[in-house]
Structures are given as structure tokens and as C-alpha cells.
Design a protein. Structure first.
Length: 359
């Protein structure tokens, strides 16, 4: 049943909640509200932002508080605005309910890695990366002569879109840890060993985003294909990889199983044998692998193919790679991916990356 909901808050907590499609699939968001009067009578994502005083004139099934100050806001809603307490819930309470459901489902599992996640969830917030934790590093933001933002990443400039939402503390902008997901033990790890990429390698990076993977190995590589359909990220990537432009192929299309105005196959793009293929393309990995048949069969590439976007992807990716002559394995641990709108149907833990190797 679809519920009509009003979201309280327009900050980062709200953006994160809206990105997690699984959390609000059954909600019809009819309005936003906030205590900041400068936001009133505007729109956010095409939905009106109303003053809190207007709540009394609205019909709704729930108010969802997306703010670190949810206790204070709950009190304001109940005491000052007369909202029924049963209609109020915070996004953090919603996450706790989902966490309890996961613990209940997986407590009987004999899988040691799953039990690590169950034990972690008993005492920690819901985590996309299961029980994986690592020390985080912040990168301060600098700007070039054209006022384009960048960070120094392993001694190299990594640019970001001019409109990127940076963190800020003490008046200094920063980017959270670029390599958090790429450290030992992460279920999202692309590289198992530095030997996976040798000098003179041809690398295919599908889903380049900010370019942390390709930039780490650009100096070792003979050639790198950067595939990123987001025009803002592609613009930033062209700045980042300007010093290496003689060995980089930029592709701003979606990678898929056939060529079209918006898509391209890896077989059409890559003109030689590949040595490493990485894909992190929002659930389009199976289509991209279907369009890479010739490249994969002719190559002895090491593969890192993300499998966490959809519940069945690990099985299907392994089947496809094995059909091309590869042996397969997976990253350690499991991920819980609330950004999949169907996650509440399956409530499943997923392997993050399928690796492919060929003798």
C-alpha cells in the first residue's frame, strides 16, 4: 500500500534517504518541510517545500524526519504543531527496523561471514559494507586557476565537478576517503593484489566516476579506456587525465550489449586484448559482459565485476564469465544495498565483486 508522506529536512540526511530507494519505494512523497524559512514556498525535486505551520492543512499518512536533530523535531511536531505521535517516524528508526529484520533472517545462518555481519549489526548502525570498517581519510579541496575543484590523490590531481557537494568543516572543504572501499577486507575491493595490474597493461574502467581506480594505475598502464556517461564527471575526468591524454580513451556513452546512440559495447570500443576489466555500472554489468564476448574470449584479462546492484547478479555474472573461459571467485564479506528499490522484497546480503581469471 502506497502511503502519502511528508519529509522533514532538506540536508544531507534527506539526500541519503532519497538515494536509498528501497527505503521509500512504498511512499508517495507529497511535500517537504523544514524550519529554515528561506526554503519555504520553493520546490525540491519538483515537490513543494512548505512551512511547518502548513502541516495542519495537509492530509498525510506519515511524517519522516531526516535530520540528526530528530528528537527535537519530534517534540516540535507533537507539542507545538499537534501532530499525532503515531504518524511520526525518523529515517534512523526505519533503518533500525530493517536492521532488526536482517538480524532475525540471518541469525540461523551457518555462514561465518554472515554471522560476523549479524554480530556487527547488533551493536552498530546499518552498514552497506556489512561488518567491514577501515580508518577513513579526508582530502582537502583545492582549486586551480580556473576555480575548478580538485584533491591531491597519491600525488596526482583528481578533479571533481564544479557543482559537487563537498563536506565542509572549519571553513575547509573536503572529500571523504576515496579509498575507503578499496582496502583489504572490503567487499567492494577491485584489486586483490598489486600484481593484478602489470606494467604495460591495457585497462578497461567501466563506471569510472571520479577515476580513483584508473588514476592509481595510469602510470603503469599502456592504455586506459575510461567509460563514464555522466557529463559532469566526464568533464572532470578530462581535467584529471589531461597529463596522460596520450594513453587514455574517453568514452561518454553507457556500456551495454549493443551499440546505439547512447550505448556502446566493449567489443566496439576496445581494439586490442585487455589485461584488466573493471565494471561498476549500476546493475548494467550483465548487458556489458554480453557486449564484451570477443574481448573476453580473446583476452586473458583479470576481471572485477560488481555484483551487488541486483540480487541475482553474482550467479549470472559468474555463469557468463565461466562461459567465456574464466574461473570465478568473489570478494570477501557481503554488502547490503538499500539503493536497490527491490531490496525489501529480498532483504538479501550480496557479494560485492565477482573476479574472473583465465589461465
Amino acid at each position: 500500500m502506497i502511503k502519502q508522506a511528508i519529509i522533514w529536512g532538506l540536508g544531507g540526511t534527506t539526500r541519503d534517504f532519497l538515494d536509498k530507494k528501497g527505503f521509500h519505494r512504498d511512499l508517495d512523497i507529497i511535500a517537504f518541510t523544514d524550519n529554515n524559512p528561506s526554503l519555504w514556498n520553493t520546490t525540491y525535486k519538483g515537490i513543494p517545500v512548505i512551512p511547518p505551520s502548513e502541516l495542519k492543512n495537509m492530509g498525510y499518512d506519515a511524517i519522516i524526519i531526516c535530520s540528526l536533530y530528530h528528537k527535537e523535531i519530534r517534540n516540535q511536531l507533537e507539542q507545538n504543531l499537534g501532530v499525532d505521535a503515531d504518524l511520526i517516524v525518523s529515517c534512523f528508526e526505519m533503518e533500525e527496523e530493517i536492521k532488526r529484520a536482517l538480524i532475525k533472517k540471518y541469525s540461523p545462518s551457518p555462514d561465518r561471514e554472515i554471522q560476523q555481519i549479524v554480530d556487527y549489526f547488533r551493536y552498530n548502525p546499518l552498514n552497506v559494507f556489512g561488518s567491514y570498517e577501515s580508518k577513513k581519510q579526508r582530502y582537502p579541496v583545492s582549486r586551480d586557476d580556473g576555480n575548478h575543484p580538485y584533491i591531491l590523490f597519491e600525488g596526482k590531481r583528481m578533479y571533481f565537478p564544479d557543482t559537487f557537494s563537498f563536506g565542509e568543516t572549519g571553513g575547509v572543504q573536503y572529500v571523504d576517503d576515496i579509498l575507503y572501499e578499496q582496502r583489504e577486507g572490503s567487499p567492494h575491493l577491485y584489486i586483490r593484489s598489486e600484481d593484478d595490474i602489470r606494467g604495460g597493461s591495457v585497462i578497461v574502467d567501466a563506471g569510472t566516476c571520479e577515476g580513483n581506480f584508473a588514476l592509481r594505475y595510469i602510470e603503469k598502464a599502456k592504455k586506459v579506456y575510461l567509460i563514464e556517461p555522466d557529463p559532469l564527471w566526464m568533464q572532470a575526468l578530462q581535467r584529471t587525465f589531461q597529463p596522460y591524454r596520450n594513453k587514455v580513451v574517453f568514452c561518454s556513452k553507457f556500456v551495454g550489449k549493443q551499440d546505439s546512440a547512447d550505448t556502446i559495447t566493449i567489443d566496439s570500443l576496445v581494439s586490442e586484448r585487455a589485461d584488466f576489466i573493471k565494471m561498476d555500472i549500476e546493475g548494467a554489468e550483465l548487458d556489458a559482459l554480453a557486449g564484451a564476448k570477443r574481448t573476453l574470449e580473446d583476452s586473458h584479462a583479470k576481471c572485477a565485476i560488481c555484483s551487488y546492484h541486483r540480487w541475482h547478479d553474482e550467479k549470472e555474472i559468474r555463469k557468463m564469465l565461466e562461459g567465456y573461459g574464466y574461473t570465478t571467485s568473489t570478494s570477501q564479506g557481503y554488502m547490503f544495498f538499500p539503493y536497490d528499490e527491490n531490496i525489501m522484497d529480498t532483504l538479501d546480503l550480496r557479494r560485492g565483486v565477482v573476479y574472473g581469471d583465465k589461465d
